[in-house]
Design a protein around this ligand. Structure first.
Ligand SMILES: *Cc1c(COP(=O)(O)O)cnc(C)c1O
Length: 217
């Protein structure tokens, strides 16, 4: 199955740069995939998944989580403050924290719910106006805010511009994380996860290469 192929490609990629397989988490991005494809990957033993919309995740993951309690679910899409409660009730990690208001909402609701989600700050490394993420010059303040709020800040996340080579963006994100003493690097998708691993990715987000092309609707 594709999952096995992706895992062996990850192994080859870590070997090449003398890293350990255990340092790279494979997030299987299950957004917009039919339930039976997700069930197949769950049955194969994979436990780390990513979804980009809270509402879509609410429709399928409560049931999967009740049957596979050790599932680790990551939110990789934009989060509105009015969905923070719903998100925290379902997700173990949020990769898309990109503004102080959202960080504060997560801190407040986490405390109320007695949860401590893993947090990644999304950086708009390509400075794309339509894209989420903090601008690089605002990152220092954003990280300071997360630390003041005592969030469980793990690292940084980026989605490079679709029409540019990804490597410079991966390198930039890695440099920013190192400067802030952050170990986590959420970067790399189906088309470029090996390159992301070469640049230090700790969390690769792979969808279509595992599940096949997304079925719309
Ligand atoms: C959809 C998505 C992915 C996975 O994309 P593939 O190209 O299917 O691997 C990764 N990261 C984010 C933020 C996504 O929205």
């Amino acid at each position: 199955m594709q999952l096995t192929a992706i895992n062996s490609r990850i192994e080859t990629a870590v070997d090449k740069v003398s890293r350990l397989k255990s340092d790279v988490r494979l997030i299987a991005v299950s957004k917009v995939q039919p339930l039976e494809r997700i069930e197949a990957i769950l049955s194969a033993g994979h436990r780390i998944y990513g979804e980009n919309r809270v509402q879509d995740a609410q429709a399928k993951w409560p049931d999967f989580k009740s049957r596979y309690p050790d599932v680790d679910l990551h939110l990789i899409g934009p989060l509105q403050t009015n969905k923070v409660r719903a998100a925290l009730e379902l997700f173990d990690a949020i990769h898309t924290v990109d503004r102080p208001k959202l960080a504060r909402a997560i801190a407040r609701v986490s405390a109320e719910l007695g949860l401590r989600p893993a947090i990644f700050v999304q950086v708009n490394t390509g400075r794309e106006p339509q894209k989420a993420g903090v601008m690089p010059e605002d990152l220092d303040a954003m990280i300071a805010e997360c630390r003041d709020l005592d969030l469980d800040l793990r690292g940084l996340m980026c989605i490079p511009p679709a029409d540019e080579p990804a490597a410079p963006h991966f390198a930039q994100l890695a440099e920013m994380a190192a400067r802030h003493d952050l170990a986590g690097l959420s970067m790399g998708m189906s088309g470029d996860f090996e390159e992301a691993i070469a640049h230090g990715a700790t969390h690769v987000r792979v969808g279509s290469a595992i599940f096949g092309a997304r079925v719309p609707g």
